[in-house]
Design a protein around this ligand. Sequence first.
Ligand code: PLP
Length: 438
Amino acid sequence: ISMNELQQLDKQHFLHPSSSIKQQQEHGPAFIFTEGNGIYLKDISGKKVIDGLSSLWNVNIGHGRKEMGQAAFDQMSKLAYSSCFATFSHEPAILLAAKLAELTPGDLNATFFTSGGSESNDTAIKLVRHYWILKNQPQKKKIISRTKSYHGLTIGATSATGIKVFRDFTQSLAPDFYYADHFSPESLRELIEVEGPDTIAAFISEPVQGTGGVLIAPDGYFQEIRKICDEYHILFISDEVITGFGRTGKYFGIEHYGVIPDMMTVAKGITSGYAPLGGVILSQKIHHEFIELSTETLFHGYTYSGHPVSCAVALKNIEILEREKLVENARVMGEELLKGFQWLQKEHEIVGEVRGLGLMAAIELVQDKATHTRFAKPLAPTIATELMKRGLNCRAVVLEGADTLVFAPPFIITPKVVNRMIEILHDTLSIVESSSHS
Ligand code: PLP
């Protein structure tokens, strides 16, 4: 089937997630990918690009791993599906839950499986509220998150998302959600005082805000957050959907700050995108309180909670991360990438702040470096399109006044490919600069 035919069918029948419906109708999809190999993606016209965002921050071990396919094939052939409801269980989910207890920091210990990040955050929100019901404090139900945060797009996760355009997309969101300033622990404290600590169930945060544009909290932020949560008896949920499984150069993003959350939500990198899977990991303390206080059925669960194929794929993914020391490589290559960005910052007028933690990195675009003035019309989307033409996939972030390019390449990246990314960026920025000056 030809590219043209596929484009027509796409336009007629496929409503794309996170896309401009108008643009899709006018142009159809710009890229129809057919193959992935290592750090590269190839489209139907034969064009090959560096997947500088690991697709959606998730294909961390790179594309085209045959042993991942084999793990899925083996599990599907043996037991493609059975439920984990009530008294039923199966080996892949049990072994994965045990492995997660080993990998996660502190006393994080028991996992509830889902199919992705949004479901994980919805589950965490319901579990913390249920926890306070069990503790005879049902009035503790409010959830506080941060401005510029992203927690997914099911109705609960949308309600927790600080980036307003996602909430404004629909109406009648879930009640009892509040937002503290994303870089100020004091703002959380003030909000708690205004709302009343005995009405608040939990605070949820990404260790590094991804969709917001790779926003790294100031030093001491999470240490202070942990203190405030303890002081007011509020549970702390770390949303590790992007940062989990090595993206920041440690297994979990929150480990950079030396604090232990009460719950962690994961997805994406748990399988490197080879199968859909997510989870909520509870601390031993919370898990034991659930065991002690719970008398009835846990009225929460999905058909695909602990899908055997996804769990088998996750186990293989973790085996690869460990065997190839990919988390360490993410840390080392992240430093190389950031050095490259710092060089670009010196070379280019329009490169403002650059930042990164492991292989989560960003370049801010500015009209005037000295005053941090942004362009009236953001440049990031144009530059992202130009980068793609030259063989580099990244994401343009223009939400909430940002004008940012974000990058999150697979952990298998080599110094050579880092250099190639910097070269493509250098060429593209030079061309954009000279055309914006003429
Ligand atoms: N939480 C964070 C921090 C995310 O970045 C995302 C997705 O990008 C989600 C949650 C939602 O995950 P999903 O798209 O798998 O539902």
